[in-house]
Design a binder for this molecule. Sequence first.
Ligand code: SF4
Length: 422
Amino acid sequence: MSSYYIWTVGCQMNKADSERLAASLEEAGYASSSRVEDADLVILNSCAVRQSAENRVIGKLSTLKRLKAERPSLLLALTGCMVDYQESDLRRRFPYVDAFFKPQAVGDLLGFVGAAPNGQPALPARPSVCAFVPIIQGCDNFCTYCIVPFRRGREKSRPPAEIRCEVERLVARGVREVTLLGQNVDSYGHDLANGYDLARLLQELNTLPGLERIRFLTSHPEDMTRGLIEAVAGLEKVCEHVNLPLQSGDDDILQAMRRAYTVSQYCDLAGRIRTAIPGVSLSTDIIVGFPGETEEQFRRTAEVLGELRFDTVHVAAYSPRVGTAAARMEDSVPFVEKKRRLDEIEALQEGIAAETNAKLLGAVEEVLVEGQRGGKWFGRTRTNKLVFFCDAGNRYGQMVDIVIEKASPWALQGSLRGRKEG
Ligand code: SF4
């Protein structure tokens, strides 16, 4: 039996794509290899969102070039965000790679290895209790710093019936929580007929027996409709957690980023979400050091974060991506200054998260147990907070009540109050 090895760089979308790729290969008779050196087929699932990620892929390709020279029968394939309209350039730069295929074109890979695709999306052979389900690919927004629309193309929603069928199959295999994925997940459905949207998809999935929790990632403030907020508030399986990237706390920088909202509109939206969904946790993404960002503009971002008090902030230092509009602007903030701003936001958020999480001491939180780490069970609350607890029994996949006894900015710890079910 031939074996495969998949190396994945990047976001949850890439990880979900790799899981599906692995499942398709296993259906086609391939076995998973734990070591790249032993595999007959090696696939790199690449990320191009940051230069550092692309550099890692290129470094790995050099290693594989050596392996290929030693073992010419080894098959190499490259997929993910690096494979785009510049495919001919990639072929020229990496002539030892046998196949290049776009992330959505698993069929191309199966054709390449001589296995015909069966037309139905393959599922992970051993899905965990939580699964990621891509529902929309690509993005139409063209934020000036972002390479995604160039690499993943325009938005394309999957048909609701196909998604529903996939979730049903996952639930039949033991999955209890799904996270619906999209680079711009809340614009799901705008290319479908009859005004079908994410709120309606959530309503449909909410009725599936056996499915306990539904999440979705990543939203754009512009597409966060009243109907979607009402769906999160009213549907019992949809978790009270919204990731809503702000990116900057300064209106001029937001405009330069081509983010179609002002800080005040964003704050208003966050307030409406918090009013409609009691106990909701909000997370956000921030970029510091965007071209032209002054100290004063950066301070405004820190102030807004201090006012909005997110549960989680993902902060990144700006780095130009060739081909984007921002890459043609002067990258005016020096690296050390970007790093200082990034450290300041992380320190600010650490204090806020410590205070927010400390309020949960003594509370009882519903946790879906995802596995064990360092001898402890771990899982997440509905609000997406990581919780650890000790128990001698096998708690995998169970929904348990945990009394919170310790809180840090990054995680909670507690003890089992009682098994709810499962
Ligand atoms: S909405 Fe997100 S994925 Fe789309 S261009 Fe902007 S940052 Fe990139």
